[in-house]
Design a protein around this ligand. Sequence first.
Ligand SMILES: Cc1cc2nc3c(=O)[nH]c(=O)nc-3n(C[C@H](O)[C@H](O)[C@H](O)COP(=O)(O)O)c2cc1C
Length: 152
Amino acid sequence: MSPRIEPSSGEPNKLKVVIIHQSRTGNTRRAAELIGGAAKATGATVAVRPVTNIDMSELAEADLVFVGTWVDGLILFGQKPGDATKVRGIPKLWNKRVAAFMTHAVNPGNAAARFAGLLEAQGADVVAARSLNRRRLDTEAAEFAAEVLFST
Ligand SMILES: Cc1cc2nc3c(=O)[nH]c(=O)nc-3n(C[C@H](O)[C@H](O)[C@H](O)COP(=O)(O)O)c2cc1C
């Protein structure tokens, strides 16, 4: 299989992937690192950054950006992107293909759809959005990364 999203520049098949995360207790950071590992295994150039430490030129050159945060809600309802203000602080993602990921404990509700909407309001072209169960990050993060990178 070959990456669905072709690199815009650089070596052939060297997709440039930037993974930005907002994490309070480490789950979303871990998901970001797992997604990064999966992307690197495909031969992509990968950078994993917290929202507070974004490299502007790296972001500008990215072919694909993953953005992650945690699910904030009342478990049964009201789920939304955690720390949305910080996520909105990410430089505008105009013309960027973006995959939105989140981590949750038991019930993400429709937080992933809301997160996709938030990122689209930032100008992102959201190609996928999913919340990952914090107890199954190893499998779910790898699956999500593979789907985004290899879907036909
Ligand atoms: C204030 C607060 C609200 C939360 N609401 C939900 C929720 O509605 N549904 C859920 O499944 N998890 C909920 N969680 C759990 C977090 O989404 C989960 O632990 C997540 O993995 C934390 O990510 P982090 O470690 O990157 O900060 C909540 C956590 C906090 C602190």
